[in-house]
Design a protein around this ligand. Sequence first.
Ligand code: DQA
Length: 148
Amino acid sequence: MTNVVVLNGPNLGRLGTRQPDVYGTTTYESLVQSLHSWGEDRGMSVEVRQTDDEETLAMWLTEAARARVHVVLNAAAFTHYSRAVAEACAKVHASGVVLVEVHISNPHARERFRHTSVVSGVATGVISGFGTDSYRLALEAVAARTPQ
Ligand code: DQA
């Protein structure tokens, strides 16, 4: 079975109430449920985590690299500046698993500081701008690259 960990960075736990005009009205809890059911549909084991803490996110990425678990990552604001997250992503990339960078919004259509990602250069690919459906598309991308 393909194992995937979906890692979410700061403020994503407030999905549904946080800037619904940008991030939509789907709550974090409902996204977690959808991720589990999308995973089941594809015969994948999907674990979902969220933290507002940079060190914790870097640690989870390092764990995924060690365990060689595929990663879907929405690093949220850390995407734009965190060297710690970038270096942990580089470890995931080097371990040979799939790393999909995901965003609910399209950062390139927003403020200038969001146009930079320290993750993209070490990601397998990037999916952004499709609302929470970006996560489903990311799981599709992992499924397409891994034997069932
Ligand atoms: C985000 C985009 C980031 O710029 C922002 O800081 C987030 C969410 C997204 O999913 O669209 O927190 O990663």
